[in-house]
Design a protein around this ligand. Structure first.
Ligand code: 3HC
Ligand code: NAI
Length: 730
């Protein structure tokens, strides 16, 4: 719209100078308009910063120019500092003095904010004297999600502008706010539904020559409520509780505290010091790696050569969901919220009515949150599978039972119109076996959601041997429409996420046999940063689910001679201890459905008897052993997955683990963590534990791990070269 407005007002293009990465023009005679130009998000790279300084100097030196407007090209104000620059030597002028100089300007500067003003982008706007935003803009200081703090004055200016409570919340969570909320907070001065730059220029004209004394945020006093100390105390406790070991949220509180207690210049010094510690931390590296990994997974490829950029998705308008249990309901909600028409099918009338009630409730609550009408009319409910005859795509979510699923796939293949995609939400069954039941196996793909399906960001898109690239591309596109992050992975038992979980869970059980308690194992994992340890998680999701699967695979009844198997979970289930739902599991609860886990003396004595009967001698197990055994076994399986080409790179695994399995984001993901720990160390420890437990094959180091160590431990982004070229000598 900058371009449109410039031509509308007849900008002084003869005087226009194409600055490198920022454009200068004169509008309405006396307003200097600076447009940031650095697609796709106008990030403040070194060149952009330099051009901004040069163009600001030019605006100040031109006597005809009485005020300045700063905007961003293509309807995006600015996405902040250029994160790609963080890993190289920083060059170019630093942001802080640049923003300080802007604020000191004798001519009023107005930020015309469209699209996004995030991080350094919002800090730039805070250095301006006025802020005008389009109603669709999102604003925020998301640095904390990258392991940083708003280090260009954001921690000092924001509390001065919006007060301590709001600043603390925004800076420690990184939450984006809408323009309406920003106006309410006082973060922007004016919101428009129309041309933002036009509105900003109008404002710039009206304030030309007026005093800027009260408009320079750095000169304002930080409002300090009488209960400020308690506020900081409470904020510190909250972030320590929820940060799961992340250091940035804590530093954010400290920086805002500095704003509340120190003069601006000293507060800025504090901000700088805290930022310096964060900037070089492993956590910041991990979080920034995750940021790019979450974007990289959309550029998927398969070992057979199908790729994101050469595969076109087919348009989809109408989708069927089969089976409206826990997952089917969430999937229905996610699809309807994405604007798709849904045919929701359940076998039993009663179950169907119940599902309808629950889905409608979920949609209504979602609508309230989003401020949009609930998409209730997008859904048609039916007990008849024939109702799916004219849909473009089916997502099957019936029981996790191969026999049931095969029947459903045969039915679907007969009923659906030709070309209908048949996707399954199985959490680990063989996609090829299901595809083989249909006339067109190339249309079958796994679409593995995570519970609750309308909330969780992750989707594993599982391609089978015969899945077409168009089917994969369509699944990825539907995922994006539902606002999910989709990772394309190959077909194997458990796919990526659940396959890696197996050895992790096994180790936790074995540790109980060897002397640990559920409390000890969970504590070690929770201190590491998982939202919940193995046993609290198992109690929450229900021990009976895994038991059913193990029984179906005949693992429970089998004799396990060469390969260690712990029947502890089965023994608890046989005693009716299914977890929270029965009030007893690995812990005890005050009642069935209770949520507060308490250590259970019964379980401890049960473990003692179990060990005595089976010849285990309990020994002292420490947190380090818990972490090494559980995490390194999981990581080892991750290397196997890479070697088998089930995942196309370590980023895929790391995104799956952070978004689907509560792996602490500030540790990057299991494969990134392996790199941080050091591949030689992981190998050494796996060898050590495998020697002690020769009956646990998952502890045997995978050959890819050995190869990477032998190749001189290349950095994570080079692992794929070693996988693709087994003879590679990096
Ligand atoms: N620096 C460098 N690259 C960036 C970037 C940034 N700040 N923001 C986005 N990009 C890149 C992405 O990596 C992506 O690249 P790709 O196409 O090669 O994958 C491309 O821009 C488009 O990004 P998205 O796919 O995320 O596009 P969306 O339209 O979905 O989202 C966005 C746009 C909301 C701006 C989102 O990209 C985002 O949240 N960006 C990060 C914002 C942020 O965290 N800013 C703070 C930076 S740190 C800082 O400012 C420090 C300061 O306080 C000193
Ligand atoms: P669920 O038992 O809650 O729901 C299954 C539903 O399917 C029931 O309502 C049942 O009546 C219905 N159903 C069974 N046969 C049917 C048929 N022929 N036609 C129509 N409806 C039929 O199960 P849940 O947990 O929703 O799981 C469904 C699928 O999702 C399974 O494959 C499971 O492995 C997978 N999954 C489950 C996750 C979870 O956390 N629960 C996570 C990810 C995937």
């Amino acid at each position: 719209s900058a371009k449109k407005f410039r031509s509308a007002v007849g900008s002084d293009t003869s005087n226009g100078l194409f600055g490198n990465m920022a454009l200068y023009s004169r509008v309405s005679g006396s307003v200097g308009l600076i447009t940031l130009q650095n697609p796709p998000v106008n990030a403040l790279s070194a060149v952009v910063r330099q051009s901004l300084i040069d163009l600001m100097d030019r605006a100040l030196s031109e006597p005809e120019v009485k005020s300045v407007v700063i905007c961003g090209q293509n309807g995006k104000f600015c996405g902040g500092a250029d994160i790609k620059e963080f890993r190289s030597d920083m060059t170019g002028p630093p942001l802080v003095p640049m923003i300080d100089r802007l604020e000191l300007s004798s001519k009023p500067v107005v930020a015309a904010i469209e699209g996004v003003a995030l991080g350094g982008g919002l800090e730039l706007a805070l250095g301006c004297h006025y802020r005008v935003a389009h109603s669709k803009t999102r604003l925020g200081l998301p640095e904390v999600t990258l392991g940083l703090l708003p280090g260009a004055g954001g921690t000092q200016r924001l509390p001065r502008l919006v007060g301590i409570p709001a600043a603390l919340e925004l800076i420690t969570t990184g939450r984006h706010v809408t323009a309406a909320e920003a106006l309410q907070l006082g973060l922007v001065d004016f919101v428009t539904d129309h041309n933002t730059i036009e509105a900003a220029v109008k404002l710039a004209l009206s304030v030309a020559g007026k005093s800027l004394d009260s408009r320079r945020i750095s000169t304002c006093k930080c409002p300090r409520p009488p209960y400020a100390d308690a506020l900081f105390e409470e904020a510190m406790q909250r972030v320590r509780r929820s940060a799961r070991g992340a250091i940035a949220p804590v530093a954010c509180v400290q920086a805002v505290h500095a704003a509340a207690t120190l003069p601006f210049a000293r507060g800025m010094e504090q901000e700088k010091q805290l930022m310096a510690t964060l900037f070089t931390s492993g956590q910041a590296r991990a979080l920034q790696y995750q940021f790019f990994a979450q974007r990289a997974v959309s550029r998927w490829s398969t070992p057979s050569g199908a790729r994101w950029d050469t595969s076109k998705p087919r348009p989809v308008h109408k989708v069927a969901v089969i089976g409206l249990g826990t997952m089917g309901r969430g999937i229905t909600v996610a699809l309807a919220q994405a604007g798709l028409s849904v045919v929701a099918v359940e076998t039993h009338e009663k179950q169907l009515m119940e599902a309808k009630r629950v889905v409608s409730g979920m949609l209504e609550r979602g609508a309230k949150r989003l401020g949009a009408p609930p998409a209730l009319d997008k859904i048609n409910y039916s007990c008849e599978i024939q109702a799916v005859a004219d849909v473009d795509l089916v997502i099957e979510a019936v029981f996790e039972d191969m026999v049931v699923k095969k029947t459903v796939f045969r039915q679907l293949s007969a009923i659906c119109k030709p070309g209908t995609f048949l996707f399954t939400n199985t959490s680990g069954l063989d996609i090829d076996e299901l595809a083989a039941q249909t006339r067109n196996p190339e249309l079958v793909v796994g679409m593995h959601f995570f519970a609750p399906a309308h909330v969780m960001k992750l989707l594993e898109v599982v391609y089978g041997r015969r899945s077409s690239s168009q089917a994969v591309a369509t699944a990825m596109k539907i995922g994006k429409n539902m606002d999910k992050i989709s990772v394309a992975v190959g077909n194997c038992s458990g796919f990526v996420g659940n396959r890696m979980l197996r050895p992790y869970l096994d180790q936790a059980f074995f540790l109980l046999e060897e002397g640990a308690t559920p409390e000890l194992v969970d504590q070690a994992l929770e201190e590491f940063g998982f939202a919940m340890g193995v046993f609290r998680m198992s109690d929450l999701s229900g021990l009976d689910i895994g038991w059913k699967v193990r029984k179906a695979k005949e693992m429970v009844s089998k004799t396990h001679q060469d390969c260690r198997y712990s029947p502890l979970g089965d023994l608890l289930c046989e005693r009716g201890r299914f977890g929270q739902k029965t009030g007893r599991g690995w812990y005890q609860y005050d009642k069935p459905g209770g949520r507060v886990a308490k250590p259970d003396p019964w379980l401890h004595s049960f473990l003692e008897k179990y060990r005595a009967q089976r010849g285990f001698v309990a020994r002292r197990i420490d947190h380090q052993e818990v972490l090494e055994r559980c995490l390194y076994a999981l990581i080892n399986e991750g290397f196997r997955i890479l070697e088998d080409r089930i995942a196309s790179g370590p980023e895929d695994i790391d995104v799956i683990y952070v978004l689907g399995y509560s792996w602490p984001r500030h540790r990057g993901g299991p494969m990134f963590y392996a790199q941080m720990v050091g591949l030689s160390r992981i190998l050494e420890k796996l060898e050590y534990y495998h020697q002690l437990h020769l009956d646990i094959p998952s502890l045997q180091p995978c050959s890819l791990l050995r190869k990477l160590v032998a190749n001189g431990r290349p950095p994570i982004h080079k692992w794929v070269e070693v996988i693709k070229n087994p003879h590679s000598h990096l």
